[in-house]
Design a protein around this ligand. Structure first.
Ligand SMILES: [Zn+2]
Length: 250
């Protein structure tokens, strides 16, 4: 039996048998880990309380035959506390956890940049300094970029021409008039500029954006993310979004 320590963000938990729980954690060094927390549902255990989604925990585990067993958990930061009484922030945070879980498919494959992005995203969300939808879209764009799916935003995704006029999910971002596939969206230039600002972390530009461009940006980012994940993300349905009425399809 070999022990190891790591820290991570609890992504989700589910019941195992009468008293145990399986806890999925995105850790700093080990990547995504699923561990069994024994006996946490039998009592009102503080151990179990530390293993709730959103919590940044320091863990001790031992390698099991199928699942590792969590033997100790200490709270580093309970990110959920800042989110739980604020519905838009809570749903945005839930969508982040679910996206991290689905984008990082392999277990025990180190994913340090994804871990740091998630910690940064939860911290920014909890601090309340930016609109939750902007924080979520920035997280989506950057986690997609880390996973190798950054959308092209500066030049045509297909031919690299600098003059672009549409956004095509199947092409991987903005496209020129010649490369534009049927059914691509024609967003406002400000919407593409907002996506670019969120991807780069340019909060001054993002915070100054108008609501209609934020709505259009959210719609495009959500569609782009879902296309890459192949299946819809359940939490996304609960994130409050204004209709992206300015988006025209042709
Ligand atoms: Zn082109």
């Amino acid at each position: 039996m070999s022990l190891y320590r790591d820290e991570g963000i609890v992504l989700r938990t589910h019941k195992l048998g009468e008293a145990d729980r399986i806890v999925t954690v995105l850790t700093r060094r080990t990547g995504k880990v699923r561990g069994v927390a024994k006996g946490v549902r039998r009592t009102m255990s503080r151990f179990g309380a530390r293993l709730e989604p959103f919590t940044h925990v320091d863990l001790q585990l031992h390698n099991g035959r199928t699942l590792d067993v969590i033997t100790q958990a200490e709270t580093i930061h309970p990110y959920g506390e800042a989110l739980v009484h604020d519905y838009p922030r809570y749903t945005a945070g839930s969508a982040m956890l679910e996206t991290a879980d689905r984008l990082i498919m392999g277990e025990k494959e180190p994913a340090l940049r994804q871990f740091l992005l998630l910690v940064g995203g939860l911290r920014t969300l909890g601090s309340g300094g930016h609109e939750p939808r902007l924080v979520l879209d920035a997280y989506f764009l950057r986690s997609l970029a880390v996973a190798g799916y950054a959308p092209a935003l500066e030049a045509c995704a297909r031919c690299k021409a600098p003059a672009v006029r549409a956004f095509a999910i199947v092409a991987g971002g903005v496209v020129c008039g010649a490369c534009r596939p049927a059914g691509s969206a024609v967003p406002a230039g400000e919407t593409i500029a907002l996506m670019s600002a969120l991807l780069k972390g340019d909060w001054a530009t993002a915070d100054a954006s108008e609501g209609r461009h934020r709505a259009e940006c959210s719609g495009l980012v959500a569609a782009y993310l879902q296309w890459h994940l192949e299946h819809g993300i359940r939490s996304l349905r609960h994130v409050e979004r204004e209709p992206a009425s300015s988006t025209t399809l042709d």
